[in-house]
Design a protein around this ligand. Structure first.
Ligand SMILES: Cc1cc2nc3c(=O)[nH]c(=O)nc-3n(C[C@H](O)[C@H](O)[C@H](O)COP(=O)(O)OP(=O)(O)OC[C@H]3O[C@@H](n4cnc5c(N)ncnc54)[C@H](O)[C@@H]3O)c2cc1C
Length: 487
């Protein structure tokens, strides 16, 4: 389910292993997930390009050291085509629900019919469902409303009075991109983010030539980038407070240098630990906020009126457009309610804390089911594709271990999943993510269900091999297995 980096990666690895009896069910008419949907101005990866790509398909032609949305989308399209994935995709097939049946396996209902399968891989993305806060009066607004992940590309912002709600990762990219042409920009901030200097630059022709002629050079840069982030950032976020506070001092200098006005600077200074929320690389967000046509609003929003936004101090901010840069349904992704395992268990329980998981990938009561970018597989410092590839190693090894027959059934032992999940939650308590800030990494009970609390190399080691002893492995009856295979 899903044709983003996870689904396309799964398809490539299946094809490479000689398996071609699969389909990808994708709700949209084009692949790409995140990089298809986030077309807002300034959208750019905040992980270096050489690292943000599949390990088996490096791209010597990146134009920037941190690629923008269109480059990444093009890379993913070209890679899917090159590896022969496209014939396997069923476009415009939205998965409505998926249910396990002990006799028949998985039945996946889409808006275009039902698919039966022996194994189900969920790749529907953790940042795929835009979240918009419920603000009284929102439906009465007379102007244009959009979410950053559903950008209306035909709307011209030139000369408009715009509100941008939120100051997270998308907002810091949108603000400097639209500030020069709008009449007025009101940026509504609840909590300031840590904004880091951004080392983005164009990649030079000779560098691209070198990577094309001598691929080990790019591999070396990729490895150095990976290890630098791993050693410095994971250590700072999970182990060494001293390292983190040293980084915080550097980042505060960025704010001090870029924002001379002390009143504005005070509003922008974070009062929680660096890394607790996603850090935000940008060289032009702070300068844009200092421009005369931009106002940083920290007063809470009371309601939306037809003409604009009313804040609790009684001021009405007159507007033509409201942009919600308010993130995604992460722990409450609606698909979780619609994937149903044995005995009526729902995938959403894995995010509410009611169902343990193993390696963020498999779940008790969910036989033959693998989730990519599942609970606690997120990273705040490195490429998500690294984690996805670790999971793919594990899934491919599992399929290999379970053999070719159409009747194998594997379900992770509850004791294994419980031990893993408890250990992981204990580790999180010692990291920056448990240091007191509220973030989208947490579910409604404050439990962190998003972040991997250790070096990603540890995750890689743990996902290298599928161990059958961690699972109950059985067989379905031959007749029912044959029926599944025909379906
Ligand atoms: C704005 C933004 C910036 C980001 N920047 C970075 C970054 O700098 N570094 C980083 O490592 N990560 C970043 N990420 C995270 C990014 O999501 C992952 O790196 C990666 O793209 C996830 O790929 P995916 O395939 O798991 O999910 P997605 O890319 O979300 O793909 C999921 C796919 O599943 C499909 N789908 C969903 N539901 C259904 C359904 N019911 N039926 C059928 N199909 C369905 C969707 O249409 C989509 O195509 C960013 C995310 C966002 C939103």
């Amino acid at each position: 389910m899903g044709a983003g980096f996870s689904g396309i990666g799964a398809a490539i690895r299946l094809l490479q292993s000689g398996e071609d009896d699969f389909v990808i069910l994708e709700r949209a008419g084009r692949l790409g997930g995140t990089w298809r949907d986030n077309v807002y101005p300034g959208c750019r990866c905040d992980v270096p390009s050489h690292l943000y790509s599949y390990s088996f398909a490096l791209n010597p032609d990146w134009q920037h050291t941190y690629a923008d949305q269109s480059e990444i989308w093009e890379y993913l399209r070209a890679t899917a085509e090159r590896f022969g994935v496209l014939p396997h995709v069923r476009w415009s097939h939205r998965v409505l629900d998926a249910a396990w049946d002990d006799a028949l396996g998985w039945a996946v209902t889409t808006d275009r019919g039902v698919f039966g399968c022996q194994y189900l891989i969920s790749a529907t993305g953790s940042l795929a469902e835009p979240s918009t806060p419920l603000i009284p009066g929102a439906s009465c607004f007379a102007g244009t409303v959009m979410h950053s992940a559903r950008w209306n590309t035909s709307h011209s912002f030139d000369g408009q009075r715009v509100a941008l709600i939120g100051t997270g990762a998308s907002s810091v990219q949108i603000v400097p991109s639209i500030q020069p042409t709008v009449e007025h920009l009101s940026v509504f901030q609840r909590t300031p983010g840590w904004v880091l200097p951004h080392p983005v630059r164009p990649i030079r022709d000779w560098e691209r030539r070198l990577f094309r002629l001598f691929p080990p050079a790019q591999r070396l840069i990729r490895a150095l980038t990976y290890w630098q982030r791993e050693v410095v950032l994971v250590s700072a976020f999970t182990k060494y407070d001293g390292l983190r506070t040293a980084l915080e001092r550097q980042v505060r200098r960025h704010l001090a240098t870029q924002v001379p006005d002390s009143e504005l600077r005070a509003k922008l200074a974070p009062d929680y630990q660096l890394g607790c929320k996603r850090a935000l690389p940008s060289n032009d967000f702070y300068p844009a906020l200092t421009k005369p046509n931009v106002e940083l609003v920290t007063e809470p929003i009371a309601r939306i009126e037809p003409e604009g936004i009313l804040t609790t101090d009684g001021e009405l901010h007159l507007l033509d457009v409201i942009v919600f840069a308010t993130g995604f349904h992460v722990s409450d992704n609606p698909i979780g309610e619609h994937v149903v395992g044995r005995d009526g268990h729902r995938l959403s329980e894995a995010f509410s804390g009611d169902l343990p998981n193993y390696l963020g990938t498999t779940f008790p009561h969910f036989p033959n089911f693998f989730m990519l970018t599942g609970p606690n597989t997120g990273t705040g410092h490195t490429s998500q594709i690294f984690m996805i590839e670790c999971q793919l190693n594990y899934v491919l090894d599992a399929l290999d271990a379970l053999g070719d027959g159409p009747d194998a059934v594997a379900e992770v032992l509850p004791s294994v999943a419980e031990a893993f999940t408890e250990d992981l939650q204990r580790k999180i308590e010692k990291t920056v993510w448990a240091s007191g800030c509220a973030s989208w990494y947490q579910n409604q009970h404050g439990r962190n269900v998003a972040m991997w609390p250790d070096y990603t190399i540890v995750y890689r080691r743990r996902t290298r091999r599928f161990d059958p002893d961690d699972y109950v492995i059985g067989r379905r009856h031959e007749e029912t297995a044959a029926a599944v295979s025909m379906a």
